[in-house]
Every structure is written in C-alpha cells, then in structure tokens.
Design a protein around this ligand. Structure first.
Ligand SMILES: [Zn+2]
Length: 237
C-alpha cells in the first residue's frame, strides 16, 4: 500500500516536470517553438533525470549540469505541488475513474496557477479543452447535469463580472471557472467560487494595507479561484 502511494507521488512529480516544460514553453511559443526541457540560463537541453528539478535539488545542489547556475525554484515547486496534490486526491478512494478525473484536473490547474501568477494570463489552450474533458469525465461518472450547470453558472457569473468590472476579473477567469464547474459539478463549483473570492479579497486587502501592491496594480485572480477549487475537492467534496 505504501509503495503504491509512493508510486503515485513519483508519478505526480514526473508529471510536474512535464508541466514545467509547458510553463516555460507557453509564453515563448511561436518564438522558440520547441517543446523541450532546457536550462533557462544557458539554453542547454536537459536529459533524463536532469529534467526533474526536485531530484537535482536533493542530490546535486539544484544546479544546471552545464552552466552551474541555480535552477529556478519554480521548477521544484511545480513538481512538489503536482506530486503532493496527486497523492492527496488518491486518498479519496472513490474509484479509478474518479482518480483519473482529479489527476487530470490537477494537471490542468497547476500550470494555470503558475502562468497566471507570472504572466496574468490563463491560456485557452488549457481551459477550453479542460471544459470538454471535465464534461466527458463527469458524464462518465454519472453527473453530467450538475457539470453542465457548473459550466454555465461558473462561466456565466464571471463572464458578467468581467464585462462589468473591465479588468480585475477577465475572460480567462470565466473560462477557468467554467472548467472548475465541468470537473466538480455545480454545488462544489459554487463552494470553490466562494472560497476563491474570499481568499482573493483577504489577500488583496493585505497587499494594499502593507503597500506591497497599489490600488491600480493588477492582481491575478486565477490562483485564488484555483486554490478555492483545490480546497473544495480536498476538504469539502
Ligand atoms: Zn544551464
């Protein structure tokens, strides 16, 4: 049993190192084009275990083998977050298909979280197929209706907010919340939205009070919505 869990964690970490490739590749696509794991400092391709930054951090000081520069912390955070989240959802014990659903959900929200944090964008290339995938898996698990209402209500509410506020919340957030609805269903989508809005409000207020950010600075909302969704699926659902 313990080996099975360790296997699942390692699977998550390896998936996380693939996600790192995507997160580095996405902002430059069309410029560099190539979807491979390379050192952000010297550009040398990484092979085999060199691509798993957690491994490097544990056994070789977390430096690139070719230029000796430190591999950015983000690489390890993505791997660790993916590994831990995949492990946590595996404890739900609601069957293989349910695990597949939540595993894929984690693989979608981790890159969305980190890309929105840095670039203030939620790529359609993840959210749009994510909505379709969530609907298919929810239908296979027998709650198509709840998932469809989740997409319509989650996407619809934030679409209206995005239109009214013109900034702050964007269309990317609406598509993200529609995806959360597709994977988690209407009721859990609403819970996750409430947690996300609350978290965003609290953190936004703290950033203002401590003058880390000004009133006009843009704070990406995706990471809060994603945290709300993760907390909902781990604690509430
Ligand atoms: Zn290097």
């Amino acid at each position: 049993m313990i080996w099975q869990r360790i296997g699942i964690f390692v699977l998550g970490v390896l998936a996380g190192s693939m996600l790192n490739r995507f997160i580095s590749w996405w902002p430059n696509h069309g410029v560099y084009g190539e979807f491979r794991s390379t050192c952000p400092h010297c550009g040398h391709p990484w092979y085999g275990l060199e691509q798993v930054s957690l491994w490097g951090r544990l056994f070789s000081e977390g430096r690139c083998q070719y230029c000796g520069d430190k591999v950015p912390l983000r690489h390890s955070l993505v791997e660790l977050a993916t590994g831990v989240l995949v492990l946590l959802v595996s404890f739900r014990g609601k069957g293989t298909l349910d695990f597949v659903r939540l595993f894929l959900f984690v693989l979608l929200v981790v890159p969305l979280f980190f890309i929105d944090l840095k670039h203030h964008r939620l790529p359609n290339i993840l959210t749009m197929p994510g909505i379709g995938l969530g609907l298919i898996l929810s239908a296979a698990l027998g709650y198509m209706k709840s998932a469809l209402s989740g997409v319509v209500v989650g996407g619809g509410v934030l679409f209206v907010v995005a239109l009214v506020t013109r900034g702050g919340i964007g269309m990317g957030d609406a598509k993200l919340q529609a995806m959360v609805g597709a994977f988690l269903g209407l009721r859990h989508m609403l819970t996750s939205l409430a947690i996300g809005v609350l978290l965003g409000g609290i953190v936004g207020l703290l950033l203002l009070v401590f003058q880390v950010r000004g009133r006009k600075d843009m704070i990406p909302y995706g990471p809060f919505l994603i945290t709300g969704a993760i907390l909902t699926l781990l604690v509430v659902s």
